[in-house]
Ligand binder design. Structure first.
Ligand code: NAD
Length: 363
């Protein structure tokens, strides 16, 4: 087996605990990984003047593959999201988030198997924002008024929502190619084209154009985001591959995670043409950080996606099998899953859960 060098960004909060657990499990799977540790987050601001040092971006670029724990973003003030900045710096335009039922994980459904494909580079996440009360914001408000685009209250802050033909074409094409490569039969595009005609309307128009090229091979339909949410809750099994603009994709990822057992088990990947960064859907969970309570499954399943990407499919399968085994046995479950399942066993710590996985992999 070839040895792979992977950049590991442990992140902060529960990322410290889940990343350590992930490393132990990947090692127990037999995969040969050399971890190159790179840092990001608030602790870097003092040392490097930025939460995302160039050396971290360069490390990911050099190795082509990284796995990342969550990084805390100050809410409403302070530095901008490291996660968004990393995706933009490396042009990781695809966010891939499988939503899969794990029997024993306390999901509301036992048979969910869908994939969220979220555009990762633009929309309201582009970071083009105008602060309330500044000269630039006043100018923008005046421009909108004079262009008869609409009246904006003078005490408004403004976020811009760009949606391009290029990015939409790329993400929708990715969703169809993913469906073909993984034996899936349908792609659904989700939007709010009835209200935002020049952004979501564009997304839908381009999605329909791309879908034509796959006619007869992959089915295509579309949903308005609010109706989609209701349909997901009523019957998520009606969906297969679902492609979203950035913000709806983010929200739908948590909705999907909630239907199958919660954020503790939801993995993901950010993919570009040259690099891939694997990371769980969840954030740094400050409420439980440092207490050995976190569920590391999401980061461990993200590592399984990473091993598939590296061609180590046997190791990835071993990890998924071990995860299914531990959940099916049901005696070693972290607090989040214990709550979701109503289990009467005492909650396992992050370490105890990881011990059980390592034992399942090595016995
Ligand atoms: P969160 O995902 O961190 O937590 C939401 C809830 O889910 C909390 O109650 C938490 O305890 C629980 N939870 C999350 N992951 C869990 C796990 N693995 N095991 C058990 N319980 C888990 O979302 P939040 O509280 O909105 O965000 C906290 C911070 O994380 C914010 O600063 C946010 O910006 C950041 N964030 C980072 C990323 C990322 O780095 N990719 C993603 C989302 C949020």
């Amino acid at each position: 087996m070839a040895k792979h060098t992977v950049t590991l960004i442990p992140g902060d909060g529960i990322g410290i605990e889940t990343s350590a657990a992930m490393q132990r499990v990947v090692e127990a799977s037999g995969a040969e990984i050399e971890w190159e540790i790179a840092e990001a987050g608030a602790s870097m601001v003092e040392a490097c003047g930025t939460p995302l040092p160039d050396s971290t971006i360069e490390a990911v670029r050099r190795n082509g593959v990284a796995i990342k724990g969550p990084v805390t973003t100050p809410v409403g003030e302070g530095f901008r999201s490291v996660n968004v900045a990393l995706r933009q710096a490396l042009d990781l335009y695809v966010c891939l988030r499988p939503v899969l039922s794990i029997p024993g994980a306390g999901g509301r459904y036992d048979d969910v198997d869908l994939v969220i494909v979220r555009e990762n580079s633009e929309d309201l996440y582009a970071g083009i924002e105008f602060e309330e009360g500044t000269d630039e914001t006043r100018e923008l408000i005046e421009f909108c008024r004079s262009a008869q685009a609409g009246a904006i209250r003078p005490d408004s802050g403004i976020s811009i929502k760009p949606v391009s033909v290029t990015a939409t074409r790329n993400i929708v094409r990715y969703a169809f190619e993913y469906a073909l490569a993984h034996g899936r039969s349908k792609v659904t595009a989700v939007h709010k084209a009835n209200i935002m005609k020049h952004t979501d309307g564009l997304f839908l128009r381009v999605a329909r154009e791309v879908a034509k090229r796959y006619e007869g091979r992959i089915e295509f339909d579309d949903r308005i985001i609010d109706a989609f949410c209701m349909n997901m809750v009523i019957d998520p099994t009606q969906f297969d591959v679902i492609v979203f603009p950035n913000l709806y994709g983010d929200i739908a990822s948590d909705l999907g995670a909630g239907l199958v057992g919660g954020l503790g088990i939801a993995p993901g990947a950010n993919i570009g043409d040259g690099c891939a960064v694997f990371e769980a859907v969840h954030g740094s969970a400050p409420d439980i950080a440092g207490k050995n309570l976190a569920n590391p499954t999401a980061e461990i399943l993200s590592a399984a996606m990473m091993l598939d990407h590296l061609g180590e499919t046997a190791c990835a399968s071993r990890i998924r099998k071990a995860v299914c085994q531990v959940y099916a046995e049901g005696s070693v479950l972290t607090a989040d899953i214990r709550k979701a399942t109503g289990s009467t066993h005492a909650a396992a710590s992050c370490t105890e859960f990881t011990d059980a996985l390592v034992a399942a992999l090595t016995s």
